[in-house]
Each structure stands twice: as structure tokens, then as C-alpha cells.
Design a protein around this ligand. Structure first.
Ligand code: SAM
Length: 214
């Protein structure tokens, strides 16, 4: 495991050195990390654990929240969306459109996050219908209701648009509701990655079991 540390993983600094004392025989521990130390960007509870063990543990606690971001023009914000989704134990991040996206902003969190690709918005909407998810489009478009005054569905798929065009017409038509984040300044919109973080956290404040947060 330690030999596939990614370029944006913490190389030094935060982390722990080699395991001190008798080695644990718990199979969740990675012998290479026990030997060399663990400087990955993971919470303390997962120190020295294998990646598979970490994913399996998060899988037991993933939320009913899915998020999707449209990637028809190669949006640079997807990494930030994936990182925040990982932090909130979002069930799956769906990428719609282009398969390629810049992973740098994800800071390696994509290794622990369930990701799924859909060629088109129609494919995404069909997935949501099959999975029993209510689709919530997030954009500051006419007719949107205030996120701050909305009770979000628990089984939820939030869809975010791209810098420039925003959400597609297909998403707007296919969503059960569209919500916007209240703004007070001069800019027309906020960064899509920031908007995604605000919207995900709103769902967390409404539906997550806070006693299970780190
Ligand atoms: C930079 S915005 C572009 C589109 C925007 N409708 C406009 O008027 O310019 C890109 C994406 O960020 C999210 N976003 C940005 N500001 C938002 C806001 N105030 N409320 C909800 N979503 C927002 C949406 O998902 C949007 O599709």
C-alpha cells in the first residue's frame, strides 16, 4: 500500500512513524505501513489501515446522499466535490459527460470514494429513478427555491452544474426541485465546488447522525 502513495498525498509532516511495540494481528492493518509509518491524509482512526479496510468501514456508514456534477466542458471543480463528498461519507459521486477529470483537487480522496460515470444526464436520471433517489438540482436559476428554507429529501441525488453554463436544461427538467444558495454580494454565482460543499453540508445538518461524526 505505501508504495502507491499519490503525488498529492501528504509526503511528510502530518502522520505517524513506524508502529511501536508488538504488531497488531488485526487484518485491517497494513504491514508496510506498520513498518514504515503512515503519512497518508486519513483520520487518526484509520492510521495503518489498508485502503480496502478503510473503504469497507466507510461503506458501513455511507449516507443516503448521492451527488452528481456535470462534466461536459471538463470542469476543474470535480476534485473539490469528490474531496468534500468523501469527508461527508456521501454514498456515490456521479460524473456526467466526460470521463476524464482533473484528480488533483481530490487530494487522493477519490481512492476511498465511490465514483460512477454516466454518459448523459438521461442516464443519470434513469439511475436515480431506479435507485429511488429524489433529484435536487442546485443552481441559482429563476424558479429555484432557497436551499436555506428547504427540507431536503433523505434519499437524495444533488446535481451541480459547471462553471459558465450551470446546470443543463435536462437536469432542470428532470429534477423534482431546484434549490439556490442565498447570495448577498455582487457576483452572479459562487464557485461550483464551494456551492457543492454548502449544499452537501445542508443535507448533513438535516439528516446525518451527528453522534457518528469524527
Ligand atoms: C458558477 S455556477 C454557473 C451558473 C450560474 N447559474 C450563473 O448564473 O452564472 C456553476 C455551478 O455552481 C453552483 N452554484 C453556484 N452558485 C450557486 C448558488 N448561488 N446557488 C446554487 N448553486 C450555485 C451550481 O451548481 C452551478 O451550476
Amino acid at each position: 500500500m505505501a508504495d502507491d502513495v499519490g503525488p498529492t498525498e501528504w509526503g511528510e509532516g502530518p502522520g505517524v512513524g513506524p508502529w511501536q511495540g508488538p504488531w497488531p494481528d488485526d487484518p485491517r492493518y497494513d504491514p508496510v505501513l506498520l513498518r514504515d509509518g503512515d503519512t497518508r491524509n486519513v483520520v487518526d482512526a484509520y492510521r495503518y489501515w489498508t485502503r480496502d479496510a478503510i473503504i469497507a468501514d466507510i461503506d458501513t456508514r455511507r449516507h443516503a446522499l448521492h451527488v452528481a456534477i456535470e462534466n461536459f466542458i471538463n470542469d476543474a471543480n470535480i476534485g473539490a466535490v469528490v474531496r468534500t463528498a468523501n469527508a461527508f461519507a456521501v454514498h456515490t459521486v456521479h460524473i456526467v459527460g466526460r470521463r476524464r477529470w482533473n484528480r488533483r483537487g481530490a487530494m487522493v480522496t477519490d481512492r476511498y470514494q465511490r465514483l460512477r460515470h454516466h454518459d448523459t444526464t438521461a442516464d443519470l436520471l434513469a439511475f436515480a429513478a431506479d435507485a429511488g433517489l429524489t433529484v435536487v438540482a442546485v443552481d441559482n436559476v429563476p424558479g429555484a427555491q432557497r436551499l436555506e428554507q428547504t427540507t431536503l429529501p433523505k434519499e437524495c441525488l444533488m446535481v451541480f452544474g459547471q462553471e459558465g453554463p450551470g446546470i443543463t436544461e435536462d437536469t432542470r427538467k428532470g429534477a423534482a426541485m431546484t434549490v439556490s444558495i442565498a447570495q448577498f454580494g455582487s457576483t452572479r454565482s459562487i464557485n461550483a465546488g464551494v456551492a457543492a460543499g454548502i449544499a452537501m453540508h445542508t443535507w448533513i445538518t438535516q439528516h446525518a447522525d451527528m453522534s457518528r461524526a469524527w
